[in-house]
Each structure stands twice: as C-alpha cells, then as structure tokens.
Ligand binder design. Structure first.
Ligand SMILES: [Zn+2]
Length: 290
C-alpha cells in the first residue's frame, strides 16, 4: 500500500476543520469543505480555480462574472463544480452590490431565476438548494443551523463587513426559520488576508468609527495605509452576535498569496484586466431533512 503523504498544509487544513472534496468526474476540480458543517448535515464548499474551461488564463473554473467570460464556460464550470456534491442541486445566486440586503430563497423551482436580484446574502431551508456567493478576495461566510436545517451564504468585502452583514443575516435567519444562535456553525472561507490586504485612510477611519476593536484588525504599513484582517472582523462579529468561538472555522488560505488555487481581484485585475470568480455554497440534501 503506498504511503500517504501528509503535508503541513494538510495538517493545517485538518486542524482548521477543512478538507478537499474529491470530484469523481473532474479530478482537477478541487473544492474546500468545512467538515463540521458537513457532519451537521449541511453540504458546503468553497471552489478553487482549477479544472475549468475558461481562459483565465487557462483551464480556469470561473463560476460567475458574465461580463468577462462566455456564458457557456460559466455554465459548464458550474456543472462541473456541482458534480462535487452528491445528488441533484439547484444553485441560487444573486447580483452582489456590497450592501447588506439578505434574500430568502423559498422555492427550489425559482431558486436560479432570481440571479439578478440585488443582495449580498442568501438564506434558505429548502432541501437541495445551494445558496451561493461569488468572491475574488472578499470574504465568503457560510452559516449552518443543524436544528432547523437553515443555511446562509454571505459576501463580506470591506463594505459588507463594515455594516456587519453577518449579524444582519443571523437576525434574518432567526426571523425566517427560528434559528437559535447557539445552534449556528460558521465557515469563513479563503479571502485576501491580513498578510496582503492593504486599505487606505477611508476604510481605516470607517472601521475605527464602527468597531471598538478596529485597531486589533489593522497593521499600519505606510502613512494612511494599513493591512486589514477581514476574516477576523467577521469572526468577531459572529462572536458578538453570540456564536460560540469553537463553532467558527476559518479557512487558512489567502487568495492574494495563493493565486495558484484561487482568483484574486487585487493580484490579477491589474495584470490581466480581468479576474475569475469563486463560489461559496451551502445547503441541505433531502435525505438530511429531519
Ligand atoms: Zn496573503
């Protein structure tokens, strides 16, 4: 039997609560999954850039961004991505505008037809619907509530984070589905991390105005500039809303450091004038409905 090679990266991933899902049909399509959410009965995944048909620059799994890629590429890439998950799924996405509007997806038949609705978080408790947000450096956050089967996909860039979109999504989940905070588990996905993501005075001031702990998120670089930790900011907001820290899992990947695995708007847009989009999805399979 061949010896399994365990790398530092695998160890780090396992400790953080994540694993790579194998796609049997397309071996190059790698999807990062949060294991504890999966064990709660919530199918979930963060896409990577490999194994697709888009020339961004090649074989790229671009899952959104219709203005920069042919629709047939995106459709085929989404088909391949969804093959990573057992069963038949309907994908629900939205037109993201860096706001704090939360949309509830009630009907699997209409789930995919509202893709042009403006919002930055989607919630559902409908079986076999995957709610999804697109990112390329912004923070994708997935929430799951095993008791009610409700879930959420949230797009939190610096604007969404500054208006606490995760807190607003949690409130909406409790209104719509009776979600109790203590039942919520969260996965914070790959994003531009504090090693790379520099912001200017406008963002620094905004965060200082809104969050007492803002300086813990910021590392000054040069006059009027700082590196910001948006994964941590969203983690802090989840904790402030009452989610137990042990139920928050943060993927140990920076999209700006790891352009071999992820799309990075900041790294690639300046170089190539366009960037692909990743998808973060979550939902509940029919067989897990209790
Ligand atoms: Zn980095």
């Amino acid at each position: 039997m061949p010896m399994e090679i365990i790398t530092d990266e695998d160890l780090k991933l396992t400790c953080a609560g994540f694993y790579w899902r194998v796609n049997l049909e397309h071996k190059d399509v790698r999807v990062l999954c949060c294991a504890p959410l999966e064990q709660d009965g919530l199918t979930n995944g963060f896409s990577t850039r490999t194994g697709g048909t888009s020339s961004l620059p090649r074989d790229a799994l671009n899952l959104a961004g219709f203005s920069i890629d042919a629709a047939e590429n995106i459709t085929e890439n989404r088909r391949r991505f969804l093959k990573s998950f057992k069963g038949h799924w309907t994908l629900a996405t939205c037109w993201q505008v860096h706001g704090a509007t939360v949309r509830a997806v009630h009907d699997a038949n209409n789930a995919s037809s509202n893709a042009n609705e403006l919002c930055d978080a989607l919630i559902t408790n409908t079986a076999n619907v995957l709610v999804g947000v697109q990112t390329a450096d912004c923070v994708p956050v997935l929430l799951g509530d095993a008791r009610t089967g409700a879930s959420a996909a949230i797009h939190a860039g610096w604007r969404g984070t500054s208006i606490s979109i995760v807190g607003q999504t949690l409130q909406r989940m409790s209104l719509e589905y009776g979600t109790r905070i203590e039942d919520v588990r969260a996965a914070i996905g790959p994003a531009a991390r504090a090693c790379c993501y520099e912001v200017g005075a406008e963002v620094i001031e905004l965060f200082r105005e809104r969050f007492a702990y803002a300086d813990d998120l910021l590392t000054e670089t040069r006059a009027g500039h700082a590196l910001i930790d948006l994964q941590r900011a969203n983690c802090n907001q989840l904790i402030a809303a009452g989610v137990d820290e042990s139920r928050i899992h943060t993927a140990p990947f920076c999209t700006m450091c790891r352009t071999d695995l992820f799309f990075s708007y900041r790294r690639e847009n300046a170089l190539h004038g366009r960037t692909g989009r990743l998808l973060a999805v979550i939902g509940r399979a029919e067989e897990n409905v209790r």
